[in-house]
Write a protein that binds this ligand. Structure first.
Ligand code: ADP
Ligand code: ADP
Ligand code: ZN
Length: 213
């Protein structure tokens, strides 16, 4: 099964993608996580990506597409995957489409996690992330068992550099201009499904699994 998660920054794409990946035993692929890992390790890719990420801008398509295509070519992707944060522009979607079509395959679902902008800022200020394993928490809504520590791997949780209110506003602008057009793109392909992302995390997941069944 090949699934794409769509939605504004902070809509809950990553949270739901991880649950989908666990349930269907497919990899959860987040381009944001890949970039953050590279920033942390100080690779050339990381240094280049950070210039854009810190401003809330998208990393150029050329760079992003290459990373994603390399990742989905790995053997663990043969039964499918759930993409979180990719594609984010029409050109990215077109490249992905071409690559998948050449393999004689298709995207099964594009799940649009719908959350209004007003809710987003509040969610982002409480987000805490584990840079070691990619798990995400919220200080009020989805707290870790032990404050500041990842439930899954025991590493320290941090606030992402780009989750500051000013940067979040830029990311929302970028979302509306560059990413929202993908809703039309996948509607035309007949694979778009929208869920109400303002519900409790578990209820959002139930809505998604009902769609996938
Ligand atoms: P969010 O949790 O806000 O949806 P991500 O972790 O997906 O954020 O992405 C963080 C940042 O990484 C983005 O603001 C952008 O700079 C960069 N990024 C991630 N995925 C992409 C992509 N597909 N295209 C361009 N830039 C990306
Ligand atoms: P995205 O990947 O779309 O940027 P995340 O999955 O990282 O979003 O979620 C953003 C923040 O909101 C995180 O702090 C997460 O723990 C929290 N969150 C996710 N889903 C919900 C929900 N249904 N209700 C409340 N908070 C949520
Ligand atoms: Zn962790």
């Amino acid at each position: 099964m090949k699934i794409i998660m769509l939605g504004a920054p902070g809509a809950g794409k990553g949270t739901q993608a991880q649950m989908i990946a666990d349930k269907y035993d497919i990899p959860h692929i987040s381009t944001g996580d890949i970039f953050r890992e590279n920033v942390k390790k100080g690779t050339e890719l990381g240094m280049e990506a950070k210039k854009y990420m810190d401003q809330g801008l998208l990393v150029p398509d050329e760079l992003t597409v290459k990373i994603l295509l390399d990742r989905v070519a790995k053997p663990d992707c043969k039964n499918g995957y759930v993409l979180d944060g990719f594609p984010r522009t029409i050109p990215q979607a077109e490249v992905l489409d071409k690559a998948i079509t050449e393999l004689g395959e298709k995207i099964d679902y594009a799940i649009n996690v719908d959350v209004p902008d007003e809710n987003i800022i509040r969610r982002m200020s409480g987000r805490r992330a584990c840079l070691a394993c990619g798990a995400t928490y919220h200080i009020e809504h989805i707290p870790p068992k032990q404050e500041g520590i990842c439930d899954k791997c025991g590493k320290e949780l941090v606030q992402r550099d780009d989750d500051k209110e000013e940067t979040v506003k830029n990311r929302l602008d970028v979302y509306h201009k560059q990413t929202q057009p993908l809703i039309d793109f996948y509607t035309k392909q007949g694979v778009l499904r929208t869920v109400d992302g303002t519900m409790d995390m578990k209820d959002v997941f139930t809505a998604i699994t009902t769609l996938l069944a």
